[in-house]
Design a protein around this ligand. Structure first.
Ligand SMILES: C[S@@+](CC[C@H](N)C(=O)[O-])C[C@H]1O[C@@H](n2cnc3c(N)ncnc32)[C@H](O)[C@@H]1O
Length: 387
């Protein structure tokens, strides 16, 4: 999957003092989740200047061409702000960059969980990006705002979740393929509930736990921006608590995303889950109340890529099991290299059994196909495997 990213977040060049037109400028790129490879296909992009709530497109959309086949790595975006708009539009504005809807056989512009999963039938997707709110008539201020970008994903029930990610060099605090695909799968489990003819279960052991009546206690390890836990909390009504955990560096973005999810609370689920965050470093002892809580489910997405920290991750999973032998671990991963297999060896050594697993195809536009695997660990042997 590819992601449109702001290399330079959109900002206002305010020329009103010079009696010249003001503009908004930004620089974008399109890369994979690790940011290590650029989109090698040619794609038409639509750049939109919209009201903050997106109820209105404020100027004619700009059409840009990403020339990936020629090795393009960055693209400048600039909008002139008509003087009448600056005078008449009171609220902040937002810039949205998306790939022009492409033929189904080709790539897919991604703005919904359904399109994440239906990529299986395309040649790869490009996730759209939104900017922070930009004030057209700013009052001078010394406060430095963090530079964030928004991923907005619609579920099949007509609601969106909003995840903010960092735009700089950080590779930890942005949305990753495994987290996005896992979230799309969890959202589909909830969509399925409202269908008259539900789809067959992909991971029956996990889905039976998710859909059982009792109020579940869920903890996420290495939550990053929190997309997986926040999606689950916004999808099902029987979640009692979701604790998103990561290193201290992730606390600010987790706080931002939890606040955004509270502000956009969907009509369902009800009653809603208690979502919070907590610093949990796998290399440190578990602290109370995490260590004594009977967790029903542990979520982990894209945390097994660094074999150096995997022993600490497996040891943390063992400590979480101490309070509840029946806890399930649902882990999503993109297999990037052989060394990641150490995770499975250590899990087996610690007495975890694979209950089930599945694989979602992830076509990559202009590149080789990848896949996201979801593994469910617990007590007992392998129950099912679906490709
Ligand atoms: C690739 S990111 C995945 C983030 C998120 N799960 C997702 O899918 O979008 C890996 C996450 O593991 C966290 N992490 C790495 N080492 C850790 C440790 N020792 N203790 C806790 N979290 C750690 C990082 O801070 C990062 O947020």
């Amino acid at each position: 999957m590819h992601y449109i990213r702001f290399l330079k977040a959109p900002r206002l060049i305010d020329n009103s003092m010079r009696n010249a037109p003001s503009s908004i400028s930004a620089k974008i790129t399109i890369t994979t989740d690790l940011g290590e490879s650029f989109l090698r296909a040619n794609v038409t992009l639509d750049v939109l200047l919209v009201a903050e709530d997106e109820s209105l497109v404020l100027v004619d959309p700009k059409e840009l061409v990403w020339r990936g086949e020629d090795g393009m790595r960055a693209l400048e975006v600039a909008f002139q702000i008509p003087a009448r708009l600056k005078k008449s539009h009171e609220g902040p504005v937002r810039v949205i960059v998306k790939a022009r809807p492409m033929k189904t056989a080709l790539g897919r512009s991604i703005r919904s969980f359904t399109s994440v999963l239906s990529q299986q039938e395309s040649e790869g997707g490009i996730v759209e990006v939104g900017s922070m709110a930009i004030v057209l008539n700013p009052v001078p201020s010394k406060t430095v705002q963090p530079s964030l970008a928004r991923r907005q994903l619609w579920n099949g029930r007509g609601e969106a979740i909003e995840i903010w990610e960092e735009t700089g060099e950080s590779i930890a605090r942005h949305v990753w393929d495994a987290g996005l695909v896992f979230s799309a799968y969890l959202s589909r489990v909830a969509d399925n509930l409202s269908l008259s003819k539900p789809q067959p279960k992909t991971l029956p052991v996990l889905e039976d736990v998710l859909l059982k009546g009792s109020r579940l206690k869920v903890i996420e390890l290495g939550a990053g921006c929190g997309i997986v836990g926040i999606t689950l909390a916004s999808s099902l009504s029987n979640i009692d608590q979701i604790l998103l955990t990561d290193l201290p560096e992730a606390s600010e973005i987790l706080e931002t995303n939890i606040a955004a999810s509270r502000a956009r609370k969907p009509a369902n689920p009800s009653p809603s889950a208690d979502v919070s965050h907590h610093v949990l470093d796998w290399s440190s002892p578990l602290r109370q109340p995490v260590s004594i809580t009977k967790w029903d489910l542990v979520l982990v997405a894209d945390c097994t890529y660094n074999p150096d920290v995997v022993p600490d991750l497996v040891s943390t999973l063992g400590k979480l099991r101490a309070a509840n032998r029946e806890v399930l671990v649902a882990l999503a991963m993109k297999v990037r290299h052989e060394s990641e297999m150490v995770f499975f060896e250590l899990m087996e050594r610690e007495g975890w059994a694979v209950r089930e697993k599945c694989r979602f195809r992830l076509p990559v536009l202009g590149g080789e196909e990848e896949g996201i695997e979801v593994w469910v660990f617990g007590e007992g042997g392998l129950v099912s495997y679906r490709a």
